[in-house]
Design a protein around this ligand. Structure first.
Ligand SMILES: [Zn+2]
Length: 425
């Protein structure tokens, strides 16, 4: 085993330049959720996998069929096309299935925000500056994706005779709900365990809070602004609802799972978009606010939804206008249930051991306050955790970047983990 570990690590190290160039190349593909680049990048990766000698399953997703499923996790952007992609390095199986490891990485990224807020002029540059690779998607999560690909190809090139399958799934549509992982599972892909190399700063993240996207519709009554007291401003009527939501957030964060203790607010409730009125001197007759509700670890999604609906209803009951014209709550878009690695799984121990063998520094273990594809995999019976390069605080932010050293450590760890999980024939 030790011999194979050394050989596989040597293959990862020999591929360092290729790994970094590949991260930069993928960052330069602006695969924003719902864009054409989201499936173009899948085609690029399918070619790379095939050239690397993997068996490739690259299929067009039956979008209409998937979106109609009752347990579909939701989308927030329109797509006319989307593709699934799994690369397989087959194990020798020895008459049994052999223990299999799945590495799962999303290819989509969020929009860049205002490019002027970026230090580097091009948010899709892929430039390496001061030991960090820059660009939207650098840490979330093209670096993790490429680290996984490097690990799989290194195991293959070293010729390590794995007993079980080593799989790499590249998925679209993670950022807006989990389309790609949902579709991959529905196609029948499974494994005995899974690592998602999302940015964890090389810590072990075996649990995620959930996140539910909602829309509030606050009614008002329009009138000329010069006679505003004769109308009802929908904007003003949002205020008691906001106060109620802020109280709800405080109550939902009084006693959180120790796994979430490091976060100032483990389960945030936040309004991200507000739209009201159509004329500066008209009292707005309707306001639409969209936000996300954090779901506690192990909390049923229905319970969280009801808590928000009750808080809104309570605020309406206490306001004479809203009592007659109540705010409506709609659940739409990404509906991320919380999820966690089952207590009986030894995956966290194995990842910690592989990380140490790969030369990684001391690690911590914590739960992520964000939703991820972990819950879809865990829900399908695939024990899953997250471990990968970069700081999640830079994901979705200006100046997103990833430390090069962490990318290489992730590739080394995942290669060692593959030998450990899949076993040697
Ligand atoms: Zn991500």
């Amino acid at each position: 085993m030790t011999d194979w570990v050394a050989r596989v690590l040597a293959e990862v190290d020999a591929a360092t330049a290729v790994t970094l160039e590949r991260v930069a190349e993928l960052v330069r593909v602006p695969s924003v959720s719902g864009s054409d680049a989201e499936h173009e990048i899948q085609a690029v990766l399918a070619t790379e996998m095939a050239l690397g000698g993997l068996e490739v399953d690259h299929w067009r997703l039956p979008l209409a069929e998937l979106l109609a499923e009752p347990d579909f996790p939701g989308v927030e952007v329109d797509r006319t096309e989307a593709w699934g992609l799994v690369g397989r390095h087959p194990g020798r199986h020895d008459g049994s299935d052999g223990p299999s490891l799945l590495l799962n990485a999303h290819v989509d990224v969020v929009p860049t925000g205002d490019p002027a807020a970026w230090t580097q002029p091009d948010p899709f540059s892929g430039l390496v500056v001061g030991g960090e690779l820059w660009g939207r998607g650098a840490c979330d999560m093209k670096a993790g994706l490429v680290a996984a690909l490097t690990a799989v190809l290194a195991v293959r090139r070293a010729g390590a005779p794995l007993r079980g399958d080593l799989l790499l799934a590249c998925v679209p549509g993670e950022e807006d709900g989990g389309l790609g992982t949902y579709a991959t599972l529905r196609r029948g892909w499974r494994a005995d365990c899974c690592v998602i190399p999302e940015p964890t700063g090389l810590d072990i993240v075996p649990a995620n809070a959930g996140a539910l996207t909602f829309r509030l519709r606050v009614p008002g009554r329009a009138t000329h602004a010069s006679r505003r007291t004769e109308g009802v401003s929908a904007l003003d009527k949002l205020l008691p609802v906001l106060a109620a939501l802020s109280g709800l957030e405080a109550r939902r964060n009084t006693d959180v799972d120790p796994m979430m203790a490091r976060w100032p607010i483990a389960y945030p409730l936040s309004i991200g978009r507000v739209e009201a009125g159509d004329w500066a001197s008209t009292v707005p007759d309707v306001l639409v606010a969209e936000g996300r509700l954090g779901v506690a670890l192990d909390e049923p999604v229905e319970h969280a939804r009801r808590a928000l609906e009750d808080a809104v209803a309570q605020a309406c009951a206490e306001d004479s206008w809203l009592a007659e014209h109540p705010v409506t709550v709609q659940w739409w878009g990404g509906q991320f249930a919380p999820g966690r690695l089952p207590a009986a799984s030894d995956l966290a121990t194995r990842v910690a051991r592989a990380h140490a063998t790969a030369g990684g520094a001391r690690q911590e273990t914590w739960g992520g306050p964000y939703g991820s594809d972990l819950r879809l995999l865990a829900g399908a019976g695939v024990p899953t955790l997250q471990y990968g390069p970069g700081d999640s605080a830079l994901a979705h932010a200006a100046d997103e970047r990833v430390p090069v050293a962490e990318v290489l450590t992730t590739a080394r760890t995942l290669a060692v983990l593959a030998l450990d999980v899949c076993g040697l024939a």
